[in-house]
Design a protein around this ligand. Structure first.
Ligand SMILES: NC(=O)c1ccc[n+]([C@@H]2O[C@H](COP(=O)([O-])OP(=O)(O)OC[C@H]3O[C@@H](n4cnc5c(N)ncnc54)[C@H](O)[C@@H]3O)[C@@H](O)[C@H]2O)c1
Length: 366
């Protein structure tokens, strides 16, 4: 199969979808790779690294798209990219539940789109997990920076000292992001509380991390905790669908000025009412004196780690798709879960429900 790797174009996105190790595996399986010039630069991989494996380096995105049957990306495509993918296959993070426009554009352009994040195996999202680990850890580290007075924050040291109290960290959602943020927070000595709707999960976390406070997530409990929270990390997920709103604008008035809301779930549309997407170059804004941090591609701050972790998880799925093509999805239930749009049909139930669009069963379409 002919596989294309464009350079990512959203602001400060330095990851690349295929690293040299994945490229080597694909070339050894007789696939052809078209890599856009400098696509790997941000992650520390040069064009020569790809060329010496047998990949073809092309100058422009349009050459990548024209030459390829399958486009492999990191972030969801922008409209101008979708236009160039008409009738092609796309494998990337898509998060279609948070974008009706992109869903309609993919359908209109007949793109066969597959999303990393809609594959769920044993209650885990294997291609979201490595990015969630990074995002969870970095969200806490970035919030610590924002606590500094010099960064516009309250001027609190996360760990406190022998004579002063540590900061209070509230994490909503105890999945991969939440637990990774919690580990950092506990490790730094903060007074840490984690909430979820899954009590069994909370009990097992408490057994493993006795120092953490746990609670069943509810509006009332969150309202009770907001007045003392210095940092709140939003880490909830409803697979394939929009996240629930766990903090409304009204609830901001319960918080102390310059407290921090970090909405990690912003890539799915956000879990705080006042969240709007920000970027690494301008990551924060304030609403009612509360600092909001809503970067939707947190892992791209550490592209070397993120590219390689991403490839470890996506490599077997990319290889399978390249080897077996779209026909192979009929006998591969895991990869079939990735399929979101095909031949103008929307085949993901959650995305269809989120946008009130017609759903078609993938098994009827393939
Ligand atoms: N911004 C970024 O760069 C970035 C990177 C990675 C992941 N994410 C996002 O972070 C979020 C969390 O990802 P994850 O991998 O940890 O997901 P996960 O599925 O592992 O965990 C989500 C948790 O949220 C819980 N939950 C659902 N509704 C809840 C509610 N009302 N209150 C409390 N908990 C609730 C679930 O029970 C689950 O335990 C997702 O939205 C994901 O897309 C963002």
């Amino acid at each position: 199969m002919k596989i294309g790797v464009p350079k990512e174009i959203i602001s400060q996105e330095y990851r690349v979808s295929i690293n040299p190790e994945t490229a080597k595996l694909l070339i050894e399986s007789s696939h052809q790779l078209f890599i856009q010039k400098n696509a790997g630069d941000g992650s520390g991989y040069t064009d020569q690294d790809y060329e010496k494996l047998g990949c073809t380096i092309v100058d422009t995105p349009s050459e990548v798209f024209t030459n390829s049957d399958l486009i492999v990306k990191v972030k969801e495509p922008l409209n101008e990219e979708v236009e160039m993918m008409r009738d092609k296959m796309l494998f990337t993070y898509l998060h279609l539940s948070s974008s009706k426009d992109l869903t309609k554009k993919l359908l209109e352009c007949n793109v066969t789109s597959l999303a990393y994040e809609t594959v769920v195996i044993n209650n885990e999202t294997p291609m979201l997990k490595p990015m969630s680990e990074i995002a969870g850890r970095l969200s806490l580290l970035d919030a610590i920076e924002l606590l500094k007075k010099s960064k516009g924050g309250k001027g609190k040291l996360i760990s406190g000292t022998s004579l002063s109290d540590p900061a209070n960290v509230l994490i909503i959602g105890a999945g991969i992001v939440g637990v990774n943020a919690m580990q950092m927070s506990l490790g730094l000595g903060a007074n840490t509380t984690i909430l979820d709707i899954n009590n069994e999960l909370l009990r097992s976390i408490k057994t493993q991390y006795p120092a953490v406070n746990i609670g069943t997530s509810s509006k009332e409990l969150i309202e009770g905790l907001l007045p003392i929270a210095d940092i709140v990390i939003g880490a909830v997920l409803t697979p394939g669908a929009k996240p629930p709103t766990v903090i409304s604008r009204e609830m901001l008035s319960l918080m102390q000025p310059k407290s921090i809301l970090s909405d990690v779930a912003i890539d799915q549309g956000g879990c705080f009412e006042t969240s709007k997407v920000t970027s690494h170059s301008d990551p924060t804004y304030e609403v009612d004196d509360i600092i909001h941090y809503c970067v939707r591609n947190i892992p791209s701050a550490v592209p070397f780690t993120a590219t390689n972790a991403l490839n470890e998880s996506t490599r077997p799925f990319i290889a399978r798709l390249a080897n077996d093509g779209i026909e192979g999805l009929k006998s591969n239930t895991n990869l079939l879960m990735a399929l979101n749009t095909h031949q103008g049909h929307l085949v993901n139930q959650e995305v269809a429900d989120a946008h009130d669009l017609k759903y078609s069963s993938p098994t009827n379409i393939l």
